[in-house]
Design a protein around this ligand. Structure first.
Ligand code: DQA
Length: 148
């Protein structure tokens, strides 16, 4: 069975309890289940990994080259996560960057992403729906032959 990687960076393991007025009330488990629902028709499974440590995210990417695509919320690593950026540069499949909040409507320091220029697409500001849309984008981007 093919798998997609769901990669979440620092402070995203406490979704639901973290500033719900900014990030919503869905937990990471709720989001994992929503993505699984989106991709079930294609018979994909979701491998979810969250870490507050950049090196763990990098290592997970190295170990995930056999996944068919990835959804990545880097959290604040979007701003200066250069080793995450370099790991994503070598990830061989399509991947979508997702941010729950509209980072451009927030503080200036959130307006730059070092990883966005490498992403196949970016979904911003739509809350947990953004992850579902990221999954739908991968369904469209990954050819039927690539997911065998
Ligand atoms: C975030 C936005 C980032 O600026 C912030 O540091 C996060 C969450 C989002 O999903 O809106 O941790 O990536």
């Amino acid at each position: 069975m093919s798998a997609i990687l769901l990669l979440n960076g620092p402070n995203l393991g406490i979704l639901g309890q973290r500033e719900p007025e900014v990030y919503g009330t869905d937990s990471l488990l709720d989001i994992e289940e929503a993505i699984q629902e989106e991709v079930a028709g294609r018979d994909w499974k979701v491998i979810s990994f969250q870490s507050d440590t950049e090196g763990d995210l990098v290592r997970t990417l190295h170990e995930s080259y056999d996944t068919v695509g990835a959804i990545v919320n880097p959290g604040a690593l979007m701003i200066a996560g250069w080793s995450l950026r370099d790991a994503l540069a070598n990830y061989p499949r399509p991947w979508i960057e997702v941010h729950l909040s509209n980072v451009w409507a927030r503080e200036q320091f959130r307006h730059e992403s070092v990883i966005a220029p490498l992403a196949d697409g970016v979904v911003v500001g739509l809350g947990a729906l953004g992850y579902r849309l990221g999954a739908r984008a991968l369904l469209a981007l990954v050819s039927d032959t690539a997911d065998k």
